[in-house]
Write a protein that binds this ligand. Structure first.
Ligand SMILES: Cc1ncc(COP(=O)(O)O)c(C=O)c1O
Length: 353
């Protein structure tokens, strides 16, 4: 008999690599992963090339220089900073460090698709709580917290709906949830927000909060896999113990450090993406495409039963979106060319409706 994997994996989806979808003319725009449309800045690229020369060396087990730079940047002790191969890597650390089989994990739905996967791999029970009008229903989530709840995963601003919960609601939620329940506050998109709460302020006041952030989105380093978390020492030590040794590459570390040094320049790019987002949203709304406000670098189009048809139409135009059948599509704000192509493609779809 062959070895039998854990039965909890029966409910975990298997990722099978897909061939890239390309238009006949070879042009396609990746608007399905909320990536930054711009390549790394020249100063960051220079560091990447320099670091590539030492790719035959292992990186540090945990990147001390990056931890120190992040701690200084955020005004927190170095002991409280955790790094990982993308913030999604830190979710695995959370699962290993904090979840026991049978524990419950409360999160909103739809939200970050990793949530049920992380819970299930740990043998924990996912407890999804429907969004209300696209926003976290924090009162309903607090009600679903029971003595079996070990963690709450909260994505703010939310992927895929782009909404933020607001300071007052989040403070009330954190007061309502027992301190023994871990609250993971995922701020992957916070730099694009005008109203999201500062999770680092909340971690200072609530010892059960872990804040997760990433270099993948606003900093434009998705391909290098660098994420980090901030938590009080009891939690950060547990998360560090569960980190994959050398999990953040030397190239990723140098690129992240160079990006921190180039923050003013990167902030200009974020401002450009935000302006493009508002332009795209206005253009779509003028064309009767539903496009609610968003605090992120993507738009959520609540198209209901038309989601698949519209995603197919975009795909034929070389515009690759993330589809949520029966609910809507999520569309990353891209380059000016990509955004213009989105407007042209959707104009046709909605004119024909
Ligand atoms: C809410 C949220 N958290 C985390 C991630 C993953 O980020 P990283 O690249 O840091 O693993 C994503 C990526 O799409 C995301 O949407």
């Amino acid at each position: 008999m062959t070895p039998v994997p854990r039965t909890v994996l029966d409910e975990v989806p298997l990722y099978v690599p897909k061939p890239p979808v390309a238009r006949a003319d070879g042009v396609s725009h990746r608007l399905f992963l909320n990536e930054n449309p711009y390549p790394p800045l020249p100063s960051v690229l220079a560091e990447i090339s320099r670091a590539a020369l030492t790719a035959h060396h292992y990186p540090e087990i945990m990147p001390g220089e990056l931890v120190a730079a992040l701690a200084a940047r955020l005004g927190v002790p170095e002991s409280d900073v955790v790094t990982g191969p993308g913030s999604v890597g830190i979710y695995q650390q959370v699962a290993q460090a904090m979840l026991e089989p049978g524990d419950e994990v409360v999160y909103a739905w739809p939200s970050f698709e990793a949530f049920p996967i992380v819970a299930r791999i740990a043998g924990a029970r996912p407890v999804p709580v429907p969004l209300r009008d696209g926003v976290h229903d924090l009162a309903a989530m607090a009600e679903r917290v029971t003595p079996r709840t070990r963690a709450v995963f909260l994505c703010d601003p939310n992927n895929p709906t782009g909404t933020s919960v607001g300071a007052r609601g989040l403070s009330a939620f954190l007061t309502a949830v027992p301190e023994s329940v871990l609250v993971v506050l995922d701020e992957a998109y916070r730099e694009f927000s005008t109203s999201a709460v500062d999770g680092v302020e909340l971690y200072r006041r609530h010892p059960n909060v872990v804040v997760l952030r990433t270099f993948s989105k606003a900093y434009g380093l998705a391909g290098l896999r660098v994420g980090y978390g901030v938590a009080q020492p009891v939690l950060s030590a547990a998360l560090r113990k569960c980190a994959v040794p050398c999990g953040v590459s030397g190239i990723g570390v140098r690129a992240a450090l160079a990006s921190l040094a180039a923050e003013p320049e990167l902030a200009k790019r974020v401002a450009i993406v935000k302006a493009a987002r508002e332009g795209l949203r206005a253009a779509l709304r003028e064309r009767q495409v539903p496009a609610p406000p968003t605090d992120t670098n993507f738009l959520w189009l609540p198209l209901g039963s038309r989601a698949d048809e519209v995603a197919d139409l975009l795909e034929r135009a070389g515009l690759l979106s993330r589809r949520y059948p029966g609910e809507g599509i999520r569309l990353t704000v891209g380059t000016p060319e990509a955004n213009a192509a989105v407007v042209a493609a959707l104009e046709k779809a909605f004119a024909a409706a």
